[in-house]
Design a protein around this ligand. Structure first.
Ligand code: HEC
Ligand code: HEC
Length: 287
């Protein structure tokens, strides 16, 4: 390999290696590439000196700049907390109405409410707050216990049929089970209830109308308009808390169903409850 060999076709020097007549051209890397390579080595050495780099037995080289991601993160968290402390203090003093009227507090409440909702409420009301049978949809403007932001706040604070003294509470009698109505009467009044939303003109002619007037109107109101003081659902709008059509209506009237919603006043701080009320109110159906 001492003498230079030139490839006849390309005119380039070869390495002298030869495999069954196939030669290897000697084409070194371009200069710029080699220099970039040396630069990266220099950069790496500088980096080792400046930044944390090499593991030692029980420690690591900390670098002259003393940088630490953990310290940076705690600084960032402390900065966010300090920024929020002011907003939290203002939220604590404000009423839910004040919060709604202040763009900055409102934005903070919607963000805080959304994340508190995701932790505490999704398991019953669903991630999109659209509910499920027995668990009300919080997006529509149909409210059992009232849809003003103050009413929503009270519902969240004290719950519904919860263990709290100030809970919202009202029980519908189990008309069939307790033999207040016989099965035929339950059937008749169920037909009336179904007709209220499906065919109000027909409803007026049904035998169940008289039963409704006698047994139901005190809570559910004339024509099934509902009563939010009593948490008695509106029956004329075709929005059902307990979905499933007439068989479910028959079952509700026979056995009564009483949804339970926990009180949050002792589980969540007052600021979070306010934020949740504002958030739920904002979902679309707030009054
Ligand atoms: C264990 C299940 C459960 C959890 C958890 C729960 N809820 Fe409820 N919630 C219910 C039920 C059931 C009702 C309906 C009660 C009834 O039948 O009157 C309800 C009703 C409500 C209402 C009243 C709706 C209306 O139409 O008046 C609001 C507002 C509400 N929940 C908000 C929340 C918020 C906010 C959270 C989270 C902090 C939450 N709920 C967590 C079960 C739950
Ligand atoms: C003492 C008040 C009260 C009386 C009287 C009463 N209800 Fe109710 N009713 C309620 C309450 C409260 C609920 C909601 C139950 C729940 O939260 O699960 C309800 C729920 C219902 C529902 C389910 C509505 C839905 O959206 O799923 C139907 C149907 C119903 N009642 C029909 C009747 C009929 C028919 C009568 C008369 C025979 C009657 N109720 C009498 C309080 C009453």
């Amino acid at each position: 390999m001492s003498e230079k060999k030139i490839d006849e076709v390309s005119g380039m020097e070869t390495t002298g290696h030869d495999w069954d007549g196939i030669g290897e051209l000697n084409s070194p890397l371009p200069r710029w590439w080699v220099w970039t390579y040396y630069l990266t080595i220099l950069w790496a050495i500088g980096y080792w000196i400046a930044m944390p780099a090499w593991p030692l037995v029980s420690d690591y080289t900390r670098g002259m700049l003393g940088y630490s991601q953990r310290a940076q993160l705690s600084d960032q968290i402390a900065a966010v907390k300090a920024g929020q402390a002011e907003l939290i203090a203002r939220t604590a003093k404000a009423s839910v109405a004040d919060i709604k009227g202040n763009a900055e507090l409102l934005e903070f409440a919607l963000a805080g409410g959304r994340s508190a909702y995701a932790v505490n409420c999704v398991q019953c009301h669903g991630s999109g707050a659209s509910g499920a049978s027995g668990y009300p949809n919080l997006n529509d403007d149909d409210w059992l216990w009232g849809g003003t932001v103050e009413q929503i706040q009270a519902t969240i604070q004290y719950g519904i049929r919860s263990e709290h003294d100030e809970t919202r509470a009202n029980e519908m009698p189990a008309f069939g089970r307790d033999e207040i109505l016989n099965p035929q009467q339950v059937d008749e009044v169920s037909d009336y209830v179904m007709a209220l939303s499906q065919n109000p003109d027909l409803a007026k002619t049904l035998p169940g109308k008289a039963l409704y007037k006698e047994y139901c109107v005190d809570c559910h109101g004339a024509g099934g308009m509902g009563n939010q003081e009593l948490g008695a659902p509106k029956l004329s709008d075709g929005i059902w808390l307990h979905e499933g059509g007439k068989p479910v209506v028959v079952d509700v009237i026979t056995n009564s169903r009483s949804g339970m919603m926990p009180a949050w006043v002792n589980r969540l701080d007052a600021v979070t409850v306010k934020q949740l009320a504002v958030y739920v109110h904002s979902l679309g159906g707030g009054k």
